[in-house]
Write a protein that binds this ligand. Sequence first.
Ligand code: SF4
Ligand code: SF4
Length: 216
Amino acid sequence: MSIIKEHIIQPIKDCWSLIVGLKVTGKYFCKPLITVHYPREVIDDENLSTYGGHVELIGKPKDPAMPKCISCMMCVTNCPSKCLKLVKQKAPKLTPEQEAEKKRCEEAGEKFKKPKAPKNPAKFMYDYTLCSLCGTCIDNCPAKSLKFSNNMYWVATSRKEMNIDLLARLKEQATKLSASAPKTEAKPAAAEKEANMEVMAKSHFAFYTLVILAEP
Ligand code: SF4
Ligand code: SF4
């Protein structure tokens, strides 16, 4: 009985397992490719839009260089990895006219209205090396000022480079967007992709991830 099992039943089982495996391989072999041969090919904008890269700021529609952020600190407080650092703006110093008005109010026993600090942050740093991409900051932002970037062609040669100045990045993106607006209005990611490709060419230690999250 054991000879039959060893020389007949077991080989049949092995062959069947092979056939099942080949069936799966054949199925995906015939499907269209969902990966690209980077850097010879790059991801199209449609698939790039589904990529969840590092966290970044969203600008105001009328002023893309100015974040929608109101410095409420919700993202900083809720980030489980403590990778966000925000410095709030300080209230502006009183002008000589305001100082005089303040003095007058004090003498008259009236309440002086101090100028308020601007709501947008003075500094907003993000350490990508610590981020788990959990999305808590994005979900908790009341101003809808944060999103995952589609910065797939990320290149860095040190951890320091992955400590991103989010305000500087937003300004840079706004400048690129306005520069490329007449030609590529419909493709806002194109300018950024081109810039990142240049950085990639210069780097000898490029580290990149190529994953398409959605099938075409
Ligand atoms: S995605 Fe998560 S870990 Fe990354 S900055 Fe936001 S809250 Fe922190
Ligand atoms: S939660 Fe949104 S509005 Fe509040 S500090 Fe963070 S980015 Fe700014």
